[in-house]
Design a protein around this ligand. Structure first.
Ligand code: FMN
Length: 215
């Protein structure tokens, strides 16, 4: 079993001192999407520690298709910015670190080393592209959600954003690999006026339904 305390550094030591309610507030109810950031760098240690938590996300046949390009500046940042809708560029420009998240579409070839019946599933998914594409997207998206929570657990703020030119992101960050960019995440520490007004959430009764045939 993994030792979660090893995955938490500086600010998360404070998390250790929180009670359960405070911890849930830090990760969920008080956590906001951030739109501005300070210049404080995000360290390699923080990103590694976040992944050490996020890697426990459930994925289809344990395929773990998420792949992430880490962008800090220079030509990589310029390319990234040009792949974003204009309205999203300022936010990304101000973030000390941006993660380009992609789904590895040919993850089925990794299954023999990731799943006890991996060879069988590799063949099944090779013959069923529709299932493979769906599984790559849903599993990578679940991994992204875990990554956002894990970054928050490191005391970092996140701003997920849709990219515009996914072809450019693929060609620059995942060249020669069968990886589809799915989302960009700005990461850092909250800057001035970092948050927008909280939008309402859809209620339980709208989201959940129990068909009569349950009875
Ligand atoms: C998949 C996804 C795509 C998003 N795309 C954008 C975007 O393109 N531009 C933007 O400003 N915010 C984007 N957001 C941020 C959402 O608007 C924000 O997370 C949501 O309104 C909830 O805000 P809150 O965390 O402050 O409650 C995106 C969030 C997600 C999860």
């Amino acid at each position: 079993m993994s030792d979660v305390s090893e995955s938490l550094n500086s600010k998360p030591r404070l998390l250790h001192e929180m009670n359960g309610q405070e911890l849930l507030a830090e990760l969920f109810t008080d956590a906001h999407t951030a739109y501005t950031f300070t210049e404080e760098a995000v360290t390699d240690e923080e990103i590694h520690a976040a992944y050490d938590l996020a890697k426990w996300a459930p994925t289809g046949v344990n395929g773990q298709p998420l792949r992430v390009a880490v962008v800090r500046g220079g030509e990589a940042k310029r390319q990234l910015l040009s792949a974003l809708p204009r309205g999203n560029r300022e936010q990304a420009e101000g973030a000390p670190l941006v993660l380009v998240c992609g789904a590895k579409m040919d993850f089925h070839h990794d299954l023999p080393s990731l799943h006890p019946r991996g060879e069988r599933y590799e063949k099944l998914l090779a013959d069923n592209e529709k299932m493979r594409v769906l599984m790559a997207h849903t599993s990578a998206t679940i991994q992204v959600a875990y990554l956002i929570l894990a970054l928050r657990a490191q005391g970092l703020e996140t701003g997920p954003m849709n990219p515009d030119d996914t072809q450019l992101l693929h060609d620059y960050f995942f060249s020669g690999e069968d990886i589809e960019p799915i989302l960009v995440i700005n990461v850092g520490h909250a800057g001035t006026d970092a948050y927008q007004e909280r939008g309402p959430r859809v209620g339980y009764d709208e989201v959940f339904r129990e068909p009569q045939v349950n009875a």
